[in-house]
Design a protein around this ligand. Structure first.
Ligand SMILES: Nc1ncnc2c1ncn2[C@@H]1O[C@H](COP(=O)(O)OP(=O)(O)OP(=O)(O)O)[C@@H](O)[C@H]1O
Ligand SMILES: [Mg+2]
Length: 423
């Protein structure tokens, strides 16, 4: 009996499914506060060079007082050809080394569940890792290399929204046929597809003609968090502070590049470079806002960006069910308490929503079917919970066409359902 795993290596969360005897099951992995079926896609390297993934990473990071190096949103680096490797406490790791650590842990969970070793996997991939075709292929190659390092020998790829469509298909009754718009709104990317699906048993070996169109943007959960940081929180760290450059009397702003990097929390460690530290030291010498610059230094040195962004993410998620939320965070003498309304969240993210909205229209237009011919809209991924995103679809297709199920596991379920397409 052949057993094949499906692995959804996500920007924020990863998950695993098992395909055996013609059936797919999603398997409990590490667990997160949301679900046992997920593992946070995070790593932690302690100063003693121990490496932890998922919950262990978060626990050790907290226990060590954030002394080691914490990494999140690693998937985002896959298409980044200028990022080849990183040094952590004297050891060099390539991007595929980092991804392999997460895949290995998922593989071990799956193998424990089925009771034998498994060396075949269907991996999910976004529609676009990058708009640059060369970078896009580098990203997939790196992911494949990571899977090999984790011990997989047979590796196939499936587009994440197509996987979500197959999961949706598994819920249809025999004979039911639908044209469905799939929207998978994750942490790093929002991916779309218009696809023809059918219930019941039929030859699933080639589905290319059923995929009517696909598309995606890199605007998803992380971008919304960054935008909130930029508009609501960055001023605590010097966004509006000034300083005087050497020998001149004019006030200048703290360089935008520093604040911009600060707003993408997985990139904060880049601010530890000697050049940036020196720049901040100079700013601190003459600034009109020494408190803010001290906070800027502290967040870089003490590595607490993760917790700050958790507070921001919490407020964002609260706004999916409430009209008002509070961004609350305390660290030493920094005390952040910022009210944010749903309306304000939507206003500051207007440009991000426009990118998503344009991409949806483009994918519908390229499908060759009219919006009225789309029978259902299936939304998945954590970010699909944002009411403004739901409304985009209600406006285009009507409430009655919307289906929301298993926001966090439909992609991984569909990766398992993809196995007959490859094996
Ligand atoms: N209730 C909610 N409201 C708004 N956003 C939410 C909610 N719950 C989760 N999210 C966001 O969903 C994102 C994670 O979703 P998901 O697990 O689907 O992403 P992923 O699969 O890891 O990412 P990707 O598919 O882009 O690689 C995070 O950005 C999280 O903040
Ligand atoms: Mg995803």
């Amino acid at each position: 009996m052949q057993i094949v795993f499906g692995i959804d290596f996500g920007t924020t969360n990863s998950a695993l499914s098992v395909y055996r005897n013609g059936a797919v099951e999603v398997v409990a992995v590490d667990g997160t506060e949301r679900s046992d079926d997920l593992m946070r896609s995070v790593l932690y390297f302690s100063e003693e060079n121990e490496i932890y993934a998922g919950n262990d990473a978060i626990r050790h990071y907290v226990d060590d007082g954030a002394a080691g190096r914490f990494m999140q949103s690693i998937k985002t680096f896959l298409p980044n050809t200028s990022f080849v490797s990183t040094e952590v406490f004297g050891k060099r790791y390539t991007i595929d080394d980092l991804v392999a650590i997460i895949l290995r842990k998922l593989k071990a969970c799956g193998e424990e569940h089925v009771g034998c070793s498994v060396d075949s996997v269907v991996l999910g991939r976004p529609v676009l890792f990058s708009t640059d075709a060369a970078k896009d292929s580098v990203a997939q190659q790196r992911l494949e290399k990571a899977a090999r390092k984790a011990g997989f020998k047979n590796i196939w790829f499936q587009y994440e929204p197509v996987a979500a469509a197959l999961a949706f298909e598994d819920s249809l009754l025999p004979g039911q046929e639908r044209v469905v718009f799939i929207g998978d709104f994750g942490g790093g990317t929002s991916d779309f597809s218009v696809i023809r699906v059918k219930g019941g048993a039929f030859d699933r070996s080639d589905r290319r003609s059923d995929v009517l169109s696909m598309g995606g943007v890199y605007v998803a959960g992380d971008k919304f968090d960054s935008q909130v940081m930029w508009d609501k929180v960055a001023y605590y760290f010097g966004r509006y502070s000034h300083y005087k450059t050497m020998g001149k009397d004019d006030w200048v702003n703290v360089p935008k590049g520093i604040i911009y990097t600060l707003c993408q929390w997985h990139r904060i460690p880049l601010l530890r470079s000697r050049k940036t530290r020196e720049q901040i030291r100079v700013i601190k010498g003459t600034t009109d806002d020494p408190h803010a610059i001290e906070h800027l230094e502290n967040i870089i040195n003490d590595n607490y960006g993760f917790f700050l962004f958790q507070a921001i993410e919490k407020a964002k998620c609260d706004l999916s069910s409430m009209d008002q939320a509070l961004i609350q965070f305390t660290e030493r003498d920094l005390c952040i308490s910022e009210e944010m309304s749903k309306h304000e969240f939507e206003r500051i993210n207007a440009e991000n929503f426009t990118h998503i909205s344009d991409c949806i229209d483009d994918v519908v237009a390229r499908s060759g079917v009219l919006p009225t011919q789309i029978d259902s809209v299936f939304l998945t991924g954590g970010t699909s919970r944002i009411p403004y995103i739901q409304d985009m679809f209600v406006k285009r297709f009507g409430q009655h066409k919307l289906e929301n199920r298993n926001a966090f596991t439909s992609v991984v379920h569909g990766l398992g359902s993809s196995v007959p397409l490859f094996v």
